[in-house]
Write a protein that binds this ligand. Structure first.
Ligand SMILES: [Mn+2]
Length: 474
């Protein structure tokens, strides 16, 4: 897709937003600042810049200190930041207003120095303030006087209404977004494959992380979409564990949950594989339980399907698998109703994916997360629709903190075979996660190029270990 085609998609995206916003009882101006770099306390450095996703969605670009404005009569205006001569000694020049006009398709793209007069001529009018609210405290860095002197009355009700409408539109991804997400997913797949080919006895989690992320970046990744999770052995049960200097050993599992970010869009993929060439019998059994839950959810995903029903179905499949293995006793239905499965599957099936890893709009208006143990961490509760991208990522874990919790041991005394559970406290965990695009017919697994059948993973591992002369045992 070239720049002209991209900017046409962006214009169409903004037209949909205008149509949704026209349903508001508000017709004043809307300002959407991109946000500014955030200083690191006590230094002269800044945190990595993340544009506000609302600005990035509406403009298609991520320019620090830029702002977008809209009003029903005059349409869209993009305020492009420019740097002083002094700043240009130290920093690269931002794209010009003309360059941003071409890239974003916003015809009225002007220097940010015009933002002051734009606001001045709307003095006293109620205004909606979406995007970053840093402009209120850091107005001077947007080239303005103190915010208070502008007498810009932010209409909070209108801001909330327009923001919700925007979040709803952001659920279904358009062609530019899907292209960027496909690129991000492809980079993630390449990085995961690199890690699966490299892992071996004696290597640290950190070493695996480094080589995987290097591959993300070689494939176009601007950065990781979130802190990569690489857990070996018992660490694979730490849901958001940070890779450390733990050395992995034959017989253990490695869980990698990592994705690349490209043009602001995230990928989010998880695979679990053995450090040895093969799974042990119990690892394989549990792996196949998770895989069955994941594949059933993918098979059932499609337009109008309630995401929560996929989660409940996956919970039942996991409960049945744990019954078959002898860890749980009773009927899968009863176990799920009492949240016993959540001792081993303590998170939700997944989440919306897009401009951030846990993209906005996961809960349909009026719905809220339940506080039940088995549902509290479900990050999406809505009927799926074409264009939505969600992750599907069931797992089974042995989390010592949960399994040793006296209250839970008492509550689930009869439902868990504690003798078996106690022997598996250092097992770790298994999660399998794909990025799934809902289509009119059903769904498409964007990360399908990354194998997940136990035999396919073992084939990769066998080839990787066989092709080395030094397995690192020394
Ligand atoms: Mn995820």
């Amino acid at each position: 897709m070239n720049q002209t085609e991209r900017s046409a998609v962006l214009r169409e995206r903004r037209r949909r937003v205008e149509a949704a916003w026209s349903g508001a009882s508000f017709d004043g101006p809307v300002l959407i600042p991109a946000s500014l770099p955030i200083p690191i306390d006590g230094t002269d450095q800044f945190h990595e810049f993340h544009a506000h996703p609302e600005f990035q969605y509406l403009s298609g670009v991520a320019e620090p200190g830029a702002a977008l404005a809209w009003e029903p009569d005059s349409g869209w205006t993009l305020f492009a930041p420019s740097l002083s001569v002094e700043d240009l000694v130290w920093m690269s020049a931002p794209p010009s207003a003309e360059a941003l006009a071409k890239e974003t398709g916003v015809g009225c793209s002007v220097d940010r120095s015009e933002l002051a007069s734009w606001l001045e001529s709307r003095r006293g009018q109620g205004m909606a303030l979406l995007g970053s609210r840093d402009i209120e405290a850091r107005a001077s860095e947007y080239g303005l006087q103190a915010w208070s002197t502008l007498e810009a009355a932010v209409d909070e009700d209108a801001t909330e209404w327009l923001g919700k409408a925007l979040a709803g539109l952001r659920r279904a991804k358009d062609a530019v977004e899907l292209q960027r997400m496909t690129h991000a997913v492809d980079a993630a797949v390449a990085g995961h494959l690199a890690a699966q080919r490299l892992a071996r006895h004696g290597l640290t989690e950190r070493a695996l992380q480094i080589e995987m992320e290097a591959e993300f970046f070689r494939q176009g990744g601007a950065r990781t979409a979130y802190g990569s999770i690489v857990g070996s052995g018992p660490n694979s049960a730490i849901l958001h564990g940070t890779p450390g200097h733990r050395v992995m050993s034959d017989g253990e599992l490695v869980l990698i949950d990592a994705g690349a970010e490209i043009d602001g869009y995230a990928s989010d993929v998880t695979r679990t594989f053995p450090v040895s060439a093969e799974f042990t019998p119990i690892q394989r059994e549990l792996y196949n339980v998770v895989l069955a839950a994941q594949q059933e959810a993918i098979a059932a995903a499609g337009p109008e399907v309630e995401y929560k029903s996929l989660h409940v179905q996956a919970s039942a499949t996991i409960a049945q698998g744990l019954i078959d293995i002898g860890l749980l006793t009773g009927s899968a239905e009863d176990l799920v109703a009492s949240d016993a499965h959540a001792l081993f599957f303590p998170h939700g099936l997944g989440h919306m994916l897009g401009l951030s890893t846990h993209d906005c709009g996961g809960y349909l208006e009026g719905r809220v997360p339940e506080d039940r143990f088995g549902l509290a961490y479900l990050r999406a509760d809505l009927p799926l629709a074409p264009g939505y991208v969600v992750t599907i990522e069931p797992g089974v874990y042995f989390v010592p903190a949960l399994l040793n919790d006296p209250a839970r041991r008492e509550r689930y005394a009869e439902m868990v075979n504690w003798d078996i559970a106690d022997t598996m406290l250092d097992f770790g965990g298994i999660r399998i996660e794909d990025d799934v695009l809902i289509t009119p017919e059903g769904c498409q697994v964007m990360s399908a190029a990354l194998p997940k059948a136990a035999t396919e993973i073992e084939a990769i591992r066998r080839e990787a270990l066989g092709s080395t002369t030094d397995r690192g045992h020394g």
